[in-house]
Ligand binder design. Sequence first.
Ligand code: MG
Length: 288
Amino acid sequence: MTRLILHGEDALERCLSAVARDAATTALFCDIDGTISPIVADPYAAVVPDEFRAALVKLAPRLGLLAFVTGRDVCQGRDLVRVPGATYVGTHGLETLTPNGAAHADPAAEPYVDDVQAMVCRAEALDAKRLGLVLENKRTVLAVHYRLAPDEQATRTVLESEIVTPARELGLLISTGHFLVEVRPPVVATKGTATLALLAGGDYRTALFLGDDLTDCTGFAALREWAKAGDALASPAGGAPAAPARLSCAIAAITDETPQKVVDESDVRVAATPGVYAVLTRLVAAIR
Ligand SMILES: [Mg+2]
């Protein structure tokens, strides 16, 4: 049988024990694509398998917080996942939907919408078929996916001259992921900033972050920062407290394509995506 938990079984066990003791003070952050939804060439064809959704639906009412944190447009993320009672964070932290449906968008991004849309027009003028491009217009963000590129290097060269350079000239930011270039407003918003903001909104003791790509490393780092701040609160005079006040667990969903940074910065590594399902079912068992 294929191994599903590749590394960090002890760290995962510690975390599951903490969740079993007190699910109500547990926060679970979950990326979507490549984590609970197998990677497909066309992001519009992605699905969350029913068994993943069923486990997440069981977790939502029991955990203190269940948040899906994605680069997708927030409503598209919600419509893909469809787990009631969850919080959804979209466009890497620029938009949030609370469990009661209230929407919050970062007002700092608004002045850049026209420039981002100008880049959308530029991208639409490219030969998407020849270059293997799939565009996602998320209003405040343009995502250009090129997993379908027949010649990856040739596509990257075109994207560099036609998207990356002109976007930078407009003062926009570029972020890259797996077969992905994103044009973003110059606003500090990441999965990490969104994670820290959500953690600050409740009295959480245990936090897990499940992700598979470079942008998830900001979430991993946010968890570490939050746990360290907990130590400082528990031991104001300095030094390590007798027991950590907060427990964090960064879980990476691994394939042959996983960036090394994701591997290096995770506490637990699981096979994408069946290993993620294994973690979810163990969480469900822990809160019984
Ligand atoms: Mg992902």
